[in-house]
Ligand binder design. Structure first.
Ligand code: HEC
Length: 123
């Protein structure tokens, strides 16, 4: 009886230590995403898109503040795919395939997605 309880506790602890860090690492950080979007050597998204707080944005791509009004949590996967490689949606796009060409890491793309999805939560 006692031994069974200890085993159960051990298993619960092992579960916590093994799976919690993985869960905490999944998903993105919006503040980090903003840096990626605004940094010329990383996303440089303002070269083509209107994004918050960036002066003199380009206009070859859609205004992302406006475009994000059509996106919600359920579009997270699709949004991620677009940033990973927009050619999946438009083979002739001029948007760089940030994931396929390793311009951004997988984590940086998650961060960018988190940042873009946060536009809708702003008052
Ligand atoms: C060289 C120009 C260019 C750059 C740089 C660029 N994009 Fe784009 N992006 C486009 C164009 C053009 C489109 C329009 C759709 C297409 O071409 O397929 C687009 C479309 C999008 C869309 C879909 C918008 C919609 O209307 O649904 C998202 C989201 C997006 N870009 C995000 C980003 C992010 C985030 C970055 C920076 C990490 C970025 N783009 C960098 C050109 C660019």
């Amino acid at each position: 009886m006692r031994k069974g309880k200890i085993t159960a506790l051990g298993l619960a602890l092992a579960f916590l230590f093994l799976f919690l860090p993985a869960a905490a690492l999944a998903g993105g950080n919006a503040a980090d995403g903003k840096k990626v979007v605004d940094t010329k050597k990383l996303g440089n998204c303002a070269a083509c898109h209107v994004v918050p707080g960036m002066e003199f944005p380009g206009d070859v791509g859609p205004n992302l503040v406006e475009a994000m009004k059509n996106y919600s949590e359920k579009d997270r996967t699709m949004l991620r795919e677009r940033i990973f490689d927009e050619r999946k949606f438009n083979p002739d796009t001029i948007m760089p395939p940030f994931g396929t060409n390793k311009i951004l890491t997988s984590q940086q793309i998650d961060d960018v997605v988190e940042y873009l999805l946060s536009f809708n939560n702003k008052k």
